[in-house]
Design a protein around this ligand. Structure first.
Ligand code: PHE
Length: 334
């Protein structure tokens, strides 16, 4: 019992003293082991009490060792943290945004300013949202414009070929007026080269209200190219999309200063940035919007091509290799 009192009263600031204490009580030849060895010689009627006392002693000694050890450790830790205030901080790596994200965010910012929200949809789509609702019924020859990856053998499930599928979903779920842009990844079964990949990103825009005119579309595009590229010289060429009528292809005059400009504009200086048009009434009908009351426009553009020109990247594949030496160059960008 005296030993218990001794163990409980013990205190030290010193590691060696603690170790000596540990050996004295808990070591191989320590007091406790002596008592345990003694146990078998204790008369039976005293065994119970004797057992309780040595267990209490064991607890007291172990508890003291653990308590003192912990206080040493926390003192050392504190020294480590606060000890040398002139010690330089740990360096840590700052990542950079991917150029596709940079361009995408810029486009989103520009359209948010004029009231467009951002909408999203699945990359694995069904035939209805990717084609049929967009006025592209089965066997429509325009389906060939977009070589499609089908999921397994079910022709109803595919990887979306354009973000126009999000338009359909948005119209099904929202009532006009609608102002939304849908950025996202799309897939087409195309040969990989320095100019094209079988996956890329688009941003689709959708505007539906009463009495929307082609002039509204043109003005919106002009605002966009001015904000995005600082250039408002655009031209619209008549084109065809099954989901818009009339349809147009939009070019912005970029110029021909570098080899990349030359390659991407195919030597013309005009950058083809998007397809657009007034939404076909059939599409509105398919999405439960009354074409007698509402009309609107849509446009869709590829993000990669814009990124290539903005950052003068000569091969589109660089955007997907994730070589750190390439990505690091975008550190200073937003
Ligand atoms: N979805 C078309 C494409 O991928 C682009 C587009 C969108 C054209 C909206 C017109 C209107 O080529």
């Amino acid at each position: 019992k005296d030993y218990i009192a001794e163990a409980e009263a013990f205190s030290t600031q010193n590691k060696e003293e603690l170790e000596a204490f540990r050996i004295k009580f808990l070591g191989k030849k320590g007091i406790l082991n002596d008592f345990f060895a003694e146990f078998k010689n204790v008369p039976n009627e005293q065994k119970k009490e004797f057992g309780q006392v040595i267990n209490a002693l064991k607890k007291a000694a172990e508890g003291k060792v653990a308590e003192l050890q912990e206080s040493f450790e926390s003192r050392e830790e504190a020294k480590g943290i606060y000890g040398d205030l002139t010690r330089p901080g740990e360096p840590f790596q700052v990542g950079s945004r991917h150029p596709i994200s940079i361009v995408k965010n810029q486009i989103i910012d520009i359209f948010s300013t004029i009231g467009f929200n951002v909408s999203d949809g699945p990359e694995i789509e069904d035939d209805w949202h990717n084609f049929t609702a967009l006025n592209l019924p089965e066997y429509h020859p325009a389906r060939d414009m977009q070589d499609t990856f089908f999921i397994q053998t079910n022709p109803d499930i595919l990887l979306r070929t354009h973000t126009s599928s999000v338009q359909v979903r948005y119209m099904e779920e929202n009532k006009p007026p609608i102002r939304t842009i849908s950025p996202g990844r799309v897939y087409r079964n195309e040969a990989v080269s320095s100019r094209s990949l079988c996956t890329f990103h688009q941003i689709e825009g959708l505007y539906i209200d009463k009495d929307v005119s082609f002039a509204d579309l043109k003005q919106t595009l002009q605002y966009f190219t001015k904000e995005m590229f600082g250039k408002s010289r655009i031209r619209l060429r008549p084109s065809y999309f099954p989901f818009t009528e009339p349809s147009a292809e939009v070019d912005v005059y970029w110029g021909l200063k570098t080899e990349v400009d030359y390659r991407i504009t195919k030597g013309t200086g005009w950058l083809e940035i998007m397809g657009c048009g007034m939404i076909d009434p059939n599409v509105l009908k398919n999405c439960n919007i009354d074409p007698a009351k509402y009309n609107g426009f849509a446009f869709g553009m590829g993000i990669e091509r814009i990124a290539l020109l903005m950052y003068q990247i000569s091969d589109i594949r660089m955007l997907y290799e994730n070589d750190v030496r390439f990505l690091e160059q975008f550190k200073s960008s937003i």
